[in-house]
Design a protein around this ligand. Structure first.
Ligand SMILES: *Cc1c(COP(=O)(O)O)cnc(C)c1O
Length: 356
């Protein structure tokens, strides 16, 4: 298996068996071939996401469904948990759709807490809470279980971005009481971009019914109508669906538990390795993500590291948002192993010796 040295945070390296699935000849999405594929993919996704809720497939990137969750589930007031760039984006999606957004924000690098949410919800008339589970800009994974148990105390919908965590850590959608849970295929699922998966609870669908002007492309009820016929309202990305189906097979084969443990272990190794090289871990380590690490360069210009690494054949991710000049990121989403990361760290050590 020739493995390019991609330590990106999406799109990521795609397993050759998954890639091969994308070369199937096309067929109409209104015929039986498509329906068979649709049924198969949804069946695997329900098992994988641990949910009995409806699952819809969207021909869009994740931000499309972020917007859909707001348009379908919030009439007026919403509360946004924010700890980085993607939480901020979720809030911007709310306000740009005319919703009134109350932000509950912590400094970048910190995690959102259940306590702060509880305080905010006690005095709020929000219809929904939004949270980004794994904040890809800072490498923080929010304590979803604790946050979920607070959400359960209130009559609000729970809209959760799991874009960079689904596939890298366990997310029990029904157990956590998530109403809208979405992720694109290009991160920890290890599938090329273009397809977003969303689970939608009955409660969310009931709420959507009351909301006027939900639009068409992202209307959950339009999606539901077609999903009942094992279909999608608009042309689905059929190659990505073949790929996702295969990726899910490979994940079940590895064992989900093994897969999640591997991610955790590899991320731990990255943190240990970069600290040995004199760097810092940007986020509060208690909440460090198992799918990527955001590295504080301690004053070194990140470009002076990423460029020579690229020349050695290793693609890392630059920093994101307002911390881009002081950080870079190492993703370990999908199929990255301990050996891959050890090789990366050796080369990083080499580069650091040369630039110091
Ligand atoms: C990548 C990412 C997004 C945006 O995904 P697109 O597919 O580019 O729309 C949203 N949220 C998080 C946490 C992400 O990592």
């Amino acid at each position: 298996m020739d493995k390019p040295k991609l330590f990106t945070v999406g799109p990521v390296w795609v397993h050759p068996d998954v890639l091969k699935e994308m070369s199937h000849q096309m067929f109409s999405h209104r015929g039986k071939d498509y329906m068979d594929l649709h049924i198969e993919v949804i069946k695997k996704l329900k098992k994988f996401m641990q949910t009995g809720d409806d699952i819809y497939l969207s021909t869009s990137s994740s931000t499309g469904i972020m917007e859909a969750s707001v348009r379908n589930c919030v009439e007026k007031n919403v509360l946004n948990l924010i700890c980085g760039a993607f939480g901020t984006r979720f809030s911007e999606v709310c306000t740009s759709n005319g919703r009134i957004a109350k932000k509950v924000e912590v400094p970048w690098g910190k995690a959102n807490t259940a306590e702060k949410l509880d305080e905010a919800l006690a005095k709020s008339d929000a219809e929904a809470v939004t949270v980004v589970h794994n904040e890809t800009s800072t490498g923080v994974m929010n304590p979803l279980k604790e946050i979920a148990s607070v959400v359960k105390k209130y009559d609000v919908l729970f809209l959760v971005d799991v874009v960079s965590s689904m596939g890298g850590t366990e997310i029990d959608v029904d157990g956590l009481g998530i109403d809208v849970c979405f992720f694109g295929t290009q991160k920890c699922m290890g599938v090329p971009p273009g397809l977003t998966v969303v689970s939608v609870s009955e409660k969310a669908l009931e709420k959507a019914k009351e909301i006027k002007d939900r639009g068409y492309y992202f209307d959950f009820w339009v999606m539901k109508k077609y999903s009942e016929k094992n279909n999608t309202p608009v042309t689905p990305p059929i190659p990505q669906m073949f790929a996702l189906s295969k990726a899910l097979d490979l994940m079940f084969e590895e064992g989900l538990d093994n897969r999640f443990k591997r991610h955790k272990k590899v991320a731990e190794r990255v943190r240990e390795g970069i600290k040995d090289l004199g760097f810092g871990v940007f986020p509060d380590e208690k909440y460090a993500s198992p799918t990527l690490t955001c590295i504080d360069t301690k004053g070194v210009d990140p470009k002076s590291i990423l460029q020579p690494m690229k020349e050695k054949g290793f693609t890392l991710a630059s920093g994101y948002g307002k911390i881009k000049d002081q950080t870079f990121r190492i993703g370990n989403m999908g199929w990255i192993t301990l050996e891959d990361v050890n090789e990366l760290l050796e080369n990083l050590e080499d580069v650091m010796k040369r630039i110091q």
